[in-house]
Design a protein. Sequence first.
Length: 293
Amino acid sequence: MMASSPPKPVESLFVIGSGIMGSGIAAVGLARGLRVHLYDVKDTYLDKGLANVRKHLDKMAARGAVPAAEVPKLFESMQPTLSLQDAAGADIVVEAAPENLEMKREIFHKLDSIVRPGAILATNTSSLSITLIAAATQDPGRVVGIHFFNPVPAMELVELISGARTRPEVLDRARAFAQFLGKTVTGSKDFPGFITTRSIGVLLNEAVWMLYEGVATREDIDTAHKLGFHHPMGPFELADLVGLDTALAILERLYTGFRDPKYRACPLLVQMVEAGKLGRKSGEGFYKYPRNE
Ligand SMILES: NC(=O)c1ccc[n+]([C@@H]2O[C@H](COP(=O)([O-])OP(=O)(O)OC[C@H]3O[C@@H](n4cnc5c(N)ncnc54)[C@H](O)[C@@H]3O)[C@@H](O)[C@H]2O)c1
């Protein structure tokens, strides 16, 4: 008798936002044989996202995570869209739009009447309240946090966050979905920053304060973390990868969420975001990234 593969926990995935995270989430979904829609608000953003999905698939093929011969077919199977209505048939929606509470609440409010009952609505937020996002829907029990890490195809962890009203069976299905994508899942309650964002927010901010105060150079702060703690990247390299605007949003969330001054963002970080120095994605953050890199 032939061994049958376990049933997929979901068949169709609708990803909202084709940026850094959305393109990675779409790529892992495709690699696991899901039907994937990738949504964004403008053609130009979608085109950039598609190019990144292809890059992710090629890298996955290079390390043997998907057969190289399958890549063109998987990529072609993806359905890019500018219409949220296409989420109607999805089993799970993963939202990876910018880290902005009002924007996410508006997206979930719209999704609520589009996506069939029984489907899961997940947000990839790093720091916002799952409970508040869920409250924009009629059925907050089906809303959950599924927090992937960057780059999605390479990073093993998914943080699963239970909102105050998330139903246990929704949590179980979301966990099965993340495990099906090959991820190891940790659970957290819905308090600001969950586990990882709270820790990393403090670390990045403290590194910027040290730079701002002239304690050390960015290179020495990065080297100290890499060699002293075996961190694969220094805090400034990591901030540039994550995006300085995202890092600032995380700190604002911790600061207002806990009402605790220990989370106050360093003015240097605020100023860099105001100057448009957002890290790799803008070509300059704490380090410079020539466009042809
Ligand atoms: N970058 C990271 O390392 C990282 C890691 C984990 C979680 N996250 C979280 O993932 C989410 C996305 O982050 P990112 O780094 O991919 O951002 P990004 O800026 O790279 O991508 C966001 C995408 O959303 C699109 N968008 C803008 N307005 C939209 C709307 N109204 N509806 C749908 N899409 C819209 C943008 O065009 C863009 O393509 C955020 O909530 C962030 O906190 C980011």
